[in-house]
Write a protein that binds this ligand. Structure first.
Ligand code: SF4
Length: 484
């Protein structure tokens, strides 16, 4: 096996992190079955790891490895579909779908067949293995749990029952892709993706340097959107003509009915119990705190899905999971079994919308131990508060905000100079304030607890967390946070 080290690893090419080797299992579409769960549980046991972590691309990540996975393990993973048979393409299998595809009563198109067809294309085109391991394609069926706002390189968003709108990543790192004013019939989608991927590969060669570090947006910027579209047109295998344009977003949305779908989706929308489009069937969105999924929980969830569902589990880009296809008569039993695994399904739990990057233990840029501090806060809040609405709290070891690019209710940024956290609350997001609130890691639970208590007791009826915190002056916020 190659010991080449990558900045964005795959199972055949682990990366070096502060806490050991880091590797990822690409899970096309985020869909797992029971037998894959059992394989993952046995993998964790053989590596003496407590948990595997769901990533914000709905893949799985292993940290703190002492050495590369041996050949037998790799063969076993490839045998059950958890690794590509061809190591050249393992790194480019980032395929994200709406996690409720095919079961969402509001979706326009079930995107699973398209995602499967794209996966097949990738596995048959090893020349694309030179692309960045971050290359990712999203398929959004236009339902209630969308992924068009996730930062994929390419997204196809269903508009109506037969067509997709094409989105490409052109903005800054972490920003969602933007529409390019091209509508595609379903049968044109994979040819278009293939033409874009091949144009991206050729453009990377023209740019020179390390192709694995060249992102699609770099190639688009080099050629310009229209010029890149002309490259894609030459690769496109049908006779249809198109022009990539970045239209006035507001006008485009209004005229094309994409308004609702370009708004940020609530990341908690999939949590809890929801009726499927198939009558008498439900799905359960289950919280995994910081995406951590222990050996017992992997086995347990796999068993639940096999016994009470269809045997399938769906990972989400919000680092949680969904158990689909549960009959109404079994819901109470399944809820109980989930709780027996020390897991919850409620979006109001403090862990539900908790995000943290690798932080100081895993990343050279981390100023604080974000994972430890996030778990400490979650445990403190769970022991002392009952939240009556979801609260999104984001810990970031530095300003790069790898774990969450969009704004949270509360953000804590690790500060290299003080090894403490700079705090942004609700609508107050200006990190360049002359004197931002600074909290030592040990002070975070009580300070955030004080803020939540003040919100519960002092808010106006129906007032949001953002509205409450925005109407506090900096002095009032300081007093609330540091009350004794
Ligand atoms: S946000 Fe900073 S500390 Fe956290 S993983 Fe990214 S680069 Fe590392």
């Amino acid at each position: 096996m190659s010991v080449e080290r990558s900045i964005c690893p795959d199972i055949y090419h682990p990366a070096i992190a502060r806490d050991g080797l880091l590797t990822r299992l690409r899970i096309p579409g985020g869909v797992l079955n029971e037998s894959q769960c059992l394989t993952i549980a046995s993998l964790l046991e053989s590596l003496s790891l407590e948990y595997i972590q769901v990533t914000n691309r709905a893949n799985l990540q292993l940290r703190s490895l002492a050495k590369d996975l041996d050949r037998e393990l790799l063969i076993k993973l490839a045998g059950c579909g958890l690794a590509a048979n061809n190591s050249a393409v393992d790194g480019i299998r980032n395929i994200m779908i709406s996690p409720t595809a095919g079961i969402d009563s509001q979706e326009s198109i079930d995107v699973r067949p398209l995602a499967d067809a794209w996966h097949k294309y990738l596995t048959e085109h090893p020349e694309l293995g030179v692309l960045s391991s971050k290359f990712s394609v999203g398929f959004d069926g236009g339902g209630s749990v969308g992924i068009v706002d996730r930062p994929n390189d390419i997204t196809l968003l269903a508009v109506g029952s037969r067509q997709f709108s094409l989105y490409l990543a052109m903005s800054e790192r972490g920003d969602p892709p933007l529409p390019v004013d091209v509508r595609l019939d379903s049968n044109e989608c994979v040819p278009m993706l293939a033409a874009i991927a091949q144009s991206y590969r050729r453009g990377s060669e023209v740019l020179g340097g390390d192709a694995r570090r060249t992102r699609l947006r770099d190639v688009i910027r080099h050629y310009g959107l229209i010029g890149f579209g002309e490259l894609v047109q030459r690769e496109f295998s049908t006779s249809r003509r198109f022009v990539f344009k970045n239209p006035d977003l507001e006008r485009f949305c209004t005229e094309n009915g994409d308004v609702a779908q370009t708004q940020p989706r609530l990341s908690e929308r999939h949590l809890g119990v929801h009726q499927q489009c198939q009558s008498d069937y439900y799905y359960l969105g289950v919280v995994l705190p910081l995406g951590r999924w222990s050996v017992a929980q992997v086995q347990g969830v796999g068993n639940i899905a096999a016994r009470y569902g269809s045997g399938k589990i769906r990972l989400t880009p919000w680092q949680n999971l969904i158990i689909p296809d549960v009959k109404a008569i079994d819901l109470a039993r399944v809820q109980g079994l989930i709780n027996d695994l020390s897991l919850v399904t409620t979006a109001n739990h403090p862990s539900s919308l908790l995000r943290a990057c690798a932080g100081a233990t895993g990343c050279q840029f981390g100023a604080t131990d974000t994972q430890r501090d996030a778990i400490a806060l979650s445990e403190y809040l769970a022991a002392n508060f009952t939240l009556d609405r979801p609260l999104n709290i984001h810990f970031s070891g530095c300003d790069k905000s790898c774990a969450q690019h969009d704004r949270a209710d509360i953000t804590l940024w690790g500060d290299e100079r003080t090894s403490s956290y700079r705090l942004a609350i609700g609508g107050i997001t200006d990190r360049s304030e002359p004197e931002p609130s600074v909290l030592a890691p040990s002070a975070v639970p009580i300070a955030i607890g004080n803020l939540i208590a003040a919100y519960h007791h002092q808010r106006h009826p129906q007032e949001s967390f953002e509205s409450f915190t925005t109407r506090q002056s900096p002095v009032q916020l300081h007093q609330i946070l540091h009350a004794v």
